[in-house]
Ligand binder design. Structure first.
Ligand SMILES: Cc1cc2nc3c(=O)[nH]c(=O)nc-3n(C[C@H](O)[C@H](O)[C@H](O)COP(=O)(O)OP(=O)(O)OC[C@H]3O[C@@H](n4cnc5c(N)ncnc54)[C@H](O)[C@@H]3O)c2cc1C
Length: 397
């Protein structure tokens, strides 16, 4: 069977790449190892800019108006505002919507069918899936943070410093209580006692709450910690969050990896492109990856369409993908890491960050834009550093 392009994985990156190619009239088959309706472990916080930029008319999410940050010393800063900043959604619903959009455009999505590389004479020729071999001049790899396809191609170079683990509970809570206790904000709790070098999130949903935590594999190994007991302690003991979560019932737990820049040797090569988590396109600062998955998936689809027009699937031609992804989100990948190192790893930095936002209205405005993903990390860091001396003056007696 010969297609124009094969896509591996029908998460947001894979569905977006498939949709873009199908809209341009190319034949695309996308392989999804799970069922089409499945809940990918995720907080489900989707920024407004992602919905706007990709014309996503998804209506099932809970509208959110901003973020509430809780510092290690329980200083709380509310960054919500009147206009919608995004949505909080169950990934089963959101991903299925994106898959349907790709199908409407003409992409074929095959569910419950895992794909692995078909390599002949040292070159990727397509994929093997079930009993069959599927051939195409180009494969877009979007199989998520576990990077199974890249591992089989010898491209995976992940280590403990560019991977994090996450654990979360989906909890039931009556809508009226969700509204009363959290409303339409995404809550982020800092403090190394709750989870070292990471953070804990409490995100409202229709009919429930998602609560989870994440940190680096290197920290889990060095400090010999596991996430579930830390999350249980947080739910029972956190002086602020325990009141929000009181009476909420755990429906199920989930865990997954997060993959950061540098997880694979290269995100392009002869006959392939890698998009989304599989390429390490995740923010070092927040762990958020949905906007980057959609962005890299879209650019992969566009570059693939150009390669098909030119009939050039060489590494040299496909390098345009890396260049364009870097232009669009490269600064976030780089400066998100700086932000983490400066402000997010230690309690003192987290406290300073929350205080800076609280004490300075300009920094606050920038933080709102950053959390809506409407300005980039480099602009935010600059504004923070320019105003930091005033903040330090106001908090040092
Ligand atoms: C606990 C947790 C919470 C998070 N919360 C947020 C958040 O609130 N906001 C945010 O922006 N980001 C969040 N993220 C990150 C976000 O989930 C990812 O960035 C996003 O899912 C990446 O999309 P993707 O399409 O690249 O990969 P995925 O969504 O992982 O999709 C990959 C797909 O490929 C399929 N697959 C895997 N291997 C194969 C194979 N061999 N053959 C066929 N199919 C295969 C998988 O089944 C899956 O459906 C969170 C991550 C975690 C772990």
């Amino acid at each position: 069977m010969m297609e124009d392009v094969l896509v591996v994985g029908a998460g947001p990156a894979g569905s977006m790449a498939s949709r873009i190619l199908a809209e341009q009239g190319y034949s695309v088959t996308c392989f999804e190892k799970g069922p089409l309706i499945r809940e990918k472990p995720c907080g489900g916080g989707i920024p407004e800019i992602a919905l706007r930029e990709f014309s996503i008319n998804f209506t099932k999410g809970k509208p959110v108006y901003g973020v509430r940050l809780c510092s290690p010393h329980n200083n709380i800063i509310d960054l919500s505002q009147p206009s919608r900043a995004g949505i909080s959604a169950y990934r089963a619903d959101f991903d299925y919507y994106l898959m349907q959009e790709a199908q409407k455009a003409g992409a074929c999505i095959k569910e419950n069918l895992a794909a692995s590389p078909l390599i002949e004479e040292g070159t990727l020729k397509g994929v093997k899936a079930g009993e069959h071999v599927y051939r195409a001049p180009l494969v877009i790899i979007c199989d998520g943070a576990l990077c199974s396809f890249a591992r089989k191609m010898g491209l995976y170079v992940g280590g403990d410093d560019n991977q994090a683990a996450a654990f979360q509970y989906q909890m039931n809570l009556k809508d009226s209580l969700v509204e009363e206790r959290i409303g339409g904000v995404l809550e982020m709790y800092f403090g190394n006692q709750w989870v070292p070098r990471g953070y804990t999130w409490v995100f409202p949903k229709h009919g429930g709450i998602t609560v989870g935590n994440a940190t680096w594999l290197s920290i889990m190994k060095a400090q010999k910690v596991t996430l579930k007991p830390l999350l249980d302690k947080f739910i029972q003991q956190h002086p602020v969050a325990r009141k929000t979560l009181e009476g909420a019932e755990i429906v199920y737990s989930q865990s997954h990896l997060l993959a950061f820049p540098g997880i694979v040797k290269s995100v392009y090569g002869d006959h392939f492109l890698i998009a989304g988590d599989a390429g390490g396109f995740t923010s070092y600062a927040t762990g958020g990856g949905l906007y980057y998955a959609l962005t890299s998936g879209k650019i992969a689809g566009e570059v693939a369409a150009e390669a098909l027009k030119k009939r050039d699937f060489s590494k040299r031609f496909l390098k345009a993908y890396e260049r364009r992804v870097n232009m669009k989100i490269g600064a976030d990948m780089k400066w998100g890491r700086v932000m983490r190192r400066l402000f997010l790893n230690k309690d003192i930095g987290q406290e300073l960050l929350v205080k800076s936002i609280e004490k300075n209205s300009w920094v606050r405005e920038q933080a709102v834009l950053l959390l809506k993903e409407e300005i980039r990390y480099d602009a935010f860091l600059l504004s923070l550093l320019l105003h930091l001396h005033r903040v330090i003056q106001s908090i040092v007696p």
